[in-house]
Design a protein around this ligand. Structure first.
Ligand SMILES: O=c1ccn([C@H]2C[C@H](O)[C@@H](CO)O2)c(=O)[nH]1
Ligand SMILES: [Zn+2]
Length: 136
C-alpha cells in the first residue's frame, strides 16, 4: 500500500474521533507487516487526562490484536491543520517503543499536504528499552 492510500485510511479513521472538548479530530492509520491497516482516532474524556491520541489508539489496537512491537511498516496521521499535523511528545515516545526509530511517519492535513519523516527524526536522543537493560 502506498502512503497516499494510507493517508486516505487515516482520513477515514478520523471520522470516528470522539472530541467533545477540543473539537480537534485526528485520524491515524498503522500499516502492519501483512499490509493490513489499523485505524485510530482521538478519544477525549470529561476528566481530560484519560483522553487518548489517534496514534496511540492505532498502535494499542494493533498490539492488542496480537501484532508484535517492531513489526509495523508505517503510520499516517491527519488533522484539519494548516500544516501537516505532528504527533505529540507522548505518542513519539510510544512510537519509538512499539514501531522503532526507522519506521516512516506520514503527516498530513485535509488539504492534501503530506510530509514524510521517521520516528528517529521526531524523537532524537530517545530514551528507550535499551537504557533499562543497562541496569540489569
Ligand atoms: O498528533 C496528535 C495531536 C493531538 N491529538 C489529539 C489529542 C486531543 O484529543 C486533541 C487536542 O490536542 O487532539 C492527537 O490525537 N494526535
Ligand atoms: Zn499524542
Amino acid at each position: 500500500m502506498d502512503y497516499g492510500q494510507l493517508m486516505k485510511e487515516a482520513i477515514e479513521a478520523r471520522k470516528a474521533a470522539y472530541i467533545p472538548y477540543s473539537g480537534f479530530g485526528v485520524g491515524a492509520a498503522l500499516l502492519d507487516s501483512k499490509g493490513q491497516v489499523h485505524h485510530g482516532c482521538n478519544i477525549e474524556n470529561a476528566a481530560y487526562s484519560p483522553g487518548n491520541c489517534a496514534e496511540r489508539t492505532a498502535m494499542f489496537r494493533a498490539i492488542a490484536d496480537g501484532h508484535q512491537p517492531g513489526t509495523f511498516q508505517a503510520i499516517a496521521v491527519v488533522a484539519d491543520t494548516e500544516e501537516p499535523v505532528a504527533p505529540c511528545g507522548v505518542c513519539r515516545q510510544v512510537l519509538f517503543e512499539l514501531c522503532g526509530p526507522d519506521m516512516p511517519v506520514i503527516l498530513g492535513n485535509l488539504k492534501g499536504d503530506i510530509r514524510q519523516t521517521t520516528v528517529r527524526e521526531l524523537l532524537p536522543y530517545a530514551f528507550g528499552p535499551s537504557h533499562l537493560e543497562e541496569q540489569k
